[in-house]
Design a protein around this ligand. Structure first.
Ligand code: ADP
Length: 267
């Protein structure tokens, strides 16, 4: 069982990812694909006259401030366009992909962040009416149902609160929780760098291997968005995933290369 996550950032070779998934599923491997979409959400938000607003928490995490309008744009882009086009690309390769978001069948449940603390101009402010969540549970039964019926689930990073409110969740963390719930052998996080770099952006400083114990320390040289991947890796390993691979999605055969150990392997 394999969970692959592709980022929203430009550069990931989608054709090659789909070709790999086709090859792997033909060999009988069960695969779940999770995707992001934040970059495209930013662009559409601008065009719709509702520019994105990013906030940084006191502990240094940057996230999108998601009011209801932003959540709806996020859903249009991720569950709408990106998810549909990925399913199309996989179906063109005769992979029986099935698109859903974390809202469908209550696939992903998340706790809504009541208020987010943001540092602005050196001061901590509290923002309300945010529609982001921290994932609490993944409906593994639903995924097994689909996988056992031969489908490749393609998952958009939305979730439901216990009250039934749609929330935006981080795609890396969603992939990690999905992998954990399925006890996947491998979680592959594909992005537009070769893996975790000790001195970003110097690609010659790739860290090939990390022990779980070394994850904490690696947070210090991973900036904002890379931090979430490291955090996701740690969550996945805690839940029994055997290894997490942060790997280059720009190359040919990106999934197969990652499985062969290229990138940063965390076990
Ligand atoms: P995706 O959209 O693929 O999930 P992100 O943009 O969220 O990707 O995260 C990957 C980015 O993290 C890289 O493109 C890079 O700009 C940034 N980054 C920050 N620190 C590091 C690091 N130490 N090693 C690798 N990438 C890093």
């Amino acid at each position: 069982m394999l969970v692959v996550k592709i980022g929203g950032a430009a550069g990931v070779n989608l054709e090659a990812v789909c070709a790999d998934i086709a090859a792997l599923t033909q060999q009988g491997q069960q695969v779940v694909l999770v995707h992001g979409g934040s970059d495209e959400t930013n662009r559409l938000s601008e065009r719709l006259g509702h520019p994105p607003r990013f906030v940084t928490s006191p502990s240094g995490f940057t996230s999108r401030y998601t009011d209801r309008a932003t959540l709806e744009i996020f859903a249009m882009v991720t569950a709408g366009k990106i998810n549909t086009l990925l399913v199309e690309a996989l179906q063109a390769k005769r992979v029986n992909a099935l698109g859903l978001s974390g809202i469908d069948g209550r696939l992903i449940e998340a706790k809504r962040k009541e208020a987010i603390r943001a540092v602005e101009n050196g001061k901590v402010r509290v923002l309300h009416d945010d529609h982001t969540g921290t994932i609490q549970a993944v409906n593994a039964r639903l995924l097994h149902l689909l996988l056992d019926a031969g489908y490749v689930p393609v998952v958009a990073p939305l979730a439901l609160s216990p009250e039934g409110v749609a929330l935006n969740v981080d795609a890396d963390r969603a992939a990690a929780m999905v992998a954990g719930a399925l006890h996947a052998d491998s979680l592959i996080l594909l992005t537009n760098v070769p893996g975790l770099l000790r001195h970003f952006p110097d690609e010659d400083t790739l860290i090939p291997r990390l022990e779980r114990a070394g994850l904490e320390a690696s947070l210090s040289f991973a900036e904002g968005r890379m931090k979430k991947k490291v955090l996701g890796a740690s969550e996945a390993l805690e839940r029994g995933v055997q290894r997490v691979i942060l790997a280059d999605g720009r190359v040919s055969e990106p999934v197969q290369r990652a499985l062969a150990g290229q990138g940063t392997v965390i076990a």
